[in-house]
Design a protein around this ligand. Structure first.
Ligand SMILES: *[C@@H]1O[C@H](CO)[C@@H](O)[C@H](O)[C@H]1NC(C)=O
Ligand SMILES: *[C@@H]1O[C@H](CO)[C@@H](O)[C@H](O)[C@H]1NC(C)=O
Ligand SMILES: *[C@@H]1O[C@H](CO)[C@@H](O)[C@H](O)[C@H]1NC(C)=O
Ligand SMILES: *[C@@H]1O[C@H](CO)[C@@H](O)[C@H](O)[C@H]1NC(C)=O
Length: 359
């Protein structure tokens, strides 16, 4: 084969393969429901709030409404799936809904909180979005997500952390907090069933992380009588998270037996995040129980009303490897590791890679 014809074949392959590759990449659609762990701008859009610097300093260099110095784990997941970052449903100017929609709002729980976007509302918003998309698609307007794409999309849920923390903030005892969990789980169940009954066939449920290791929890909730675990985290809060997750496991099991034509993947976010605290030196993190951005210095660098973003707070030097950004939310560096562990599927049951699930 001469040089000329070889380059002809290369050119032909580029013409044929490049659009094909784009097509494969663009097939993955993700709809996400949750709280600040995966909020890419919902609270700020929904309530017209401004989340100023130093949020965004590591990656976006501007305010995006993410409670983080940079990308959230869901952003790294989008990068891993080769899809655009998900805009929030409520983003009014220039949203990008080509690869799905994010409905997660900071402060949201399964029930109504100070933030008016509980899980049930997020699901109604999705149903509204789907109806509106169907209405506009024939005119070539709107998000253009098609019927098969709604069916084949991945629907992810990351909620529960605020249910647990609200119980403790209301001064309920450990036992009383745990007694609220069956209601929370049944609300998650209802949300998932709504999605399934509206045609969703791929569900991803994240369980909740180690609340007792967050600098905010430690700074505000530790009492003289509190029990700490071997890492210095509040044992009651972590035990509550594990009790919540045990019920979530049962839910995953029930949903799988109830809907055998639906793929239900449950991912152990608790184990993923706990590993960051337990093995922090392996990941190059220092002082895992101390917020990077806050006030007060060691051990937690967290003080009420002097939190990250307020003039009284300062952030650790750029380049510091911290686990916690502001005492509640993880840093971009931590989120990158969290996402790579999610994408690996080693923490998922069944062990289906998100990249396979999504295409
Ligand atoms: C943010 O700023 C840094 C340093 O100037 C630059 O490397 C990076 O590309 C910027 N990020 C974005 C998303 O614009
Ligand atoms: C969506 O449309 C269906 C009818 O096509 C209607 O029954 C349902 O209430 C609508 N849901 C929302 C949230 O608009
Ligand atoms: C919980 O207890 C603390 C300390 O006793 C008190 O300051 C706070 O107001 C209580 N919170 C609620 C919601 O009752
Ligand atoms: C810490 O790392 C070790 C070695 O990789 C692993 O066996 C262990 O499970 C990790 N600890 C946690 C809590 O994940």
């Amino acid at each position: 084969m001469g040089t000329k014809s070889a380059s002809f074949w290369v050119a032909l392959m580029l013409v044929v393969l490049v659009p094909l590759m784009n097509f494969v990449d663009s097939k993955c659609i993700l709809f996400n429901f949750g709280d600040s762990n995966s909020d890419t701008g919902g609270l700020t859009a929904g309530l017209g709030l401004y989340l100023g610097p130093p949020a965004g300093r590591t990656f976006f260099n501007r305010t995006t409404g993410r409670f983080c110095d940079g990308r959230l784990y869901i952003d790294f997941i989008c990068e891993g799936l080769k899809i655009n970052f998900l805009s929030h449903y409520l983003e009014s100017s220039g949203p990008d809904f080509t690869h799905g929609v994010n409905f997660a709002v900071a402060g949201a729980a399964t029930t109504t909180t100070a933030v008016p976007f509980p899980l049930s509302t997020q699901v109604f918003q999705f149903l509204h979005f789907k109806n509106k998309t169907r209405e506009l698609r024939p005119q070539g307007r709107g998000s253009l997500i098609g019927e098969e794409e709604f069916r084949d999309a991945v629907y992810s849920f990351d909620i529960g952390q605020n249910d647990i923390s609200i119980g403790f903030s209301n001064n309920l005892t450990y036992q009383q907090v745990v007694e609220t969990f069956p209601d929370s789980i049944s609300r998650i169940k209802n949300a998932v069933i709504s999605i399934i009954e509206n045609g969703g066939s791929k569900i991803l449920i994240y369980n909740t992380g180690p609340l007792g290791c967050l600098p905010q929890t430690l700074a505000l909730r530790k009492r003289d009588s509190s029990t700490l675990d071997s890492l210095g985290c509040l044992a009651d809060y972590n035990n509550a998270a594990m009790a919540f997750n045990a019920l979530l496991d049962l839910l995953c099991h029930d949903l799988r037996s109830q809907y055998d034509n639906v793929i239900i993947v449950c991912t152990d976010m608790y184990a993923i995040k706990y590993d960051l605290f337990a093995n922090h030196t392996k990941f190059g993190f220092e002082h895992p129980l101390m917020a990077c951005c806050g006030h007060g210095g060691p051990p937690y660098n967290y003080r009420n009303l002097m939190t990250c973003g307020q003039p009284t707070a300062t952030a650790c030097p750029i380049g510091t490897r911290a686990v916690s950004w502001d005492g509640v939310h993880y840093t971009e560096a931590a989120n990158e590791i969290i996402a790579s562990k999610i994408l690996s599927s080693s923490y998922s049951t069944p062990q289906i890679k998100l990249s396979c699930l999504c295409n």
